[in-house]
Design a binder for this molecule. Structure first.
Ligand SMILES: Nc1ncnc2c1ncn2[C@@H]1O[C@H](COP(=O)(O)OP(=O)(O)OP(=O)(O)O)[C@@H](O)[C@H]1O
Length: 253
């Protein structure tokens, strides 16, 4: 990979379902270490874009590249192995298992060992030490032994991020990480996401409805509208863009 080659690129992606053009010639690229926020009104195509990038659905046309490599025809798990990690709007936690056990399972998958939830985790084994590090990174070390099911929504989201980190992704896709999180828990979650990027230099794409959260976090913002990218620029430039104000921000003000 050359220095200026994007770590992730969507090139001319379109998705047609029946008579509906869901995505229309969407191109976006993200550099290593960049955090990109994707915003847009309901139905703009944000989740569909994430689904195409992560391999949940195939585009009608267009290309997705990871480190310059065409992964458009690869399945979800192959893209995950290549370093694409994603959280979903719906929770992916195992309730009834502790926070540590949840992250440990993800670490076991990454490390290629057998999956074991029956064996009481040795604090010294590799998967457990990775899991403890990741829990610490998202500020949940004190909840290691807490049942995932009883955590607050904000802590559940942090735990999902810890599970993702345990798979050591090159690019992280966060799909509405603040959804369902109590307003009091938003700042803590924002700091965890900021740390992924600013602290650890990870590459992050995030769909989020809380515009004020996005604008304060990301390097660049892509605004989607009717299945197209209306603008992709710095937060200040996007906010000042008359097309964005007219077509999107004006709609929701
Ligand atoms: N499988 C499908 N079949 C038909 N239409 C679909 C399908 N998936 C998505 N759509 C439509 O495509 C459009 C984009 O949906 P998408 O969920 O990507 O938007 P979004 O920007 O993520 O919206 P939200 O902010 O509400 O999550 C919507 O009009 C949706 O109804």
């Amino acid at each position: 990979m050359t220095d200026n080659q994007p770590v992730l690129a969507a090139e001319h992606l379109s998705l047609q379902i029946g008579g509906a053009r869901i995505l229309d010639d969407v191109s976006l690229s993200v550099s290593a270490g960049e955090m990109l926020g994707v915003i847009g009104p309901n139905g703009a195509g944000k989740t569909t874009l994430f689904n195409l990038i992560s391999g949940v659905i195939a585009p009608t046309s267009g290309t997705i590249r990871l480190d310059g490599r065409d992964v458009t025809n690869e399945q979800i798990h192959a893209r995950a192995r290549a370093g694409l990690g994603r959280t979903f709007q719906t929770s992916s936690l195992f309730n009834g298992l502790s926070a540590l056990e949840n992250v440990r399972l993800a670490a076991q998958v990454e490390l290629g060992g057998s999956l074991s939830i029956l064996r009481f985790p040795h604090r010294g084994d590799r998967a457990t030490s990775v899991a403890l590090e990741r829990l610490d990174e998202v500020g949940l070390a004190h909840h290691a032994d807490t049942d995932a099911g009883v955590l607050s929504h904000g802590d559940k989201r942090k735990l999902e991020i810890a599970m993702l980190l345990a798979t050591d992704p090159k690019v992280i896709l966060l799909d509405e990480p603040m959804a369902g999180v109590a307003s009091g828990d938003v700042p803590g979650l924002v700091e965890v996401i900021r740390g992924l990027h600013k602290g650890a230099g990870r590459t992050v794409l995030m769909v989020e409805h809380h515009i004020e959260v996005i604008l304060g976090l990301v390097d660049t913002v892509a605004v989607m509208h009717h299945g197209q990218v209306l603008a992709h620029d710095t937060p200040d430039a996007v906010m000042a863009n008359p097309a964005v104000q007219n077509a999107y921000l004006g709609d929701v003000a």
